[in-house]
Design a protein around this ligand. Structure first.
Ligand SMILES: [Fe+2]
Length: 258
């Protein structure tokens, strides 16, 4: 039968919506409770919706009973502090799974390339239902920072780089794309990340936001890209050796991140 997907993402796997003119009090994200959670780089997360409304970030499939990344339960104490963020997450009217604010510390382009990963949003998703995709809304104004996307983890020729101004809205099939953020800083970057289910509601939201499937990618100097590739392979080899010393054989593709 197959999954219900968004035509707007079928072609390229990503879509950039018109930038929102954000007028949100930063207290909405700064006042939240954050927990450490492994993602791309040095990160903390403030869950707004989780498996059961608790302040935790684990995949819904790691709970009992397990379920796919749908029907997230609002964390009352968090959304009380972030009503605008909750409203923005609800705006498409699509089913919503995990919803949280990510805090990312500054890093380098090479860090981002090493941190590239695919998500696992559709584990246990039922055939014939909507495919789960990821939405990013950048909260801080990080004009020099880039969302890095690659269809092939090791091939920079497949790379798309999207700037992260305040109000930037990007929806990505994060199982299709390897992704990570290069955040130049100096302050931490904050973004609202929501798992939305594909379907007519999401399609209408993308159309209303003038979704662009072919956004302009930012160019980077060739030497920077080449150096990051070398560093990527050096770090992978370093990790392989460290694990080998512990008697662990590294998987060709390591376990998926959040
Ligand atoms: Fe991810």
């Amino acid at each position: 039968m197959g999954f219900l997907t968004s035509p707007a993402l079928d072609d390229t796997g990503l879509v950039v919506l018109d930038r929102l003119d954000l007028s949100i009090d930063p207290a909405e994200w700064r006042g939240l409770e954050y927990v450490g959670w492994r993602s791309s780089g040095i990160t903390r997360f403030a869950p707004l919706a989780s498996y059961a409304g608790e302040i935790e970030c684990n995949g819904f499939w790691n709970h009992t009973p397990p379920r796919t990344d749908k029907d997230g339960v609002w964390v009352a104490a968090q959304v009380a502090k972030a009503p605008t963020l909750q409203r923005l997450a609800l705006e498409p009217g699509a089913n919503l799974g995990r919803c949280r604010v990510i805090e990312l510390q500054p890093n380098t382009y090479a860090d981002a390339v090493y941190n590239l990963h695919q998500d696992d949003n559709n584990r246990l998703n039922a055939d014939g239902t909507g495919w789960v995709v990821r939405s990013w809304l950048n909260l801080t104004d990080d004009a020099d920072s880039l969302l890095i996307l690659r269809s092939d983890r090791f091939d920079p020729a497949t790379e798309i780089r999207l700037p992260l101004r305040a109000g930037s809205r990007i929806i990505v099939d994060t199982q299709r794309f390897w992704h990570a953020v290069w955040h130049r800083g100096p302050a931490p970057r904050y973004a609202l990340i929501t798992s939305w289910t594909s379907g007519p509601q999401l399609d209408a939201y993308i159309a209303e936001g003038n979704g662009d499937q072919h956004p302009t990618s930012v160019d980077l100097p060739a030497h920077l890209v080449a150096e990051a590739q070398t560093e990527l392979h050096r770090r992978i080899e370093e990790r392989r050796r460290a694990l080998e010393a512990q008697g662990i054989v590294m998987e060709p593709v390591e376990s998926l991140y959040e």
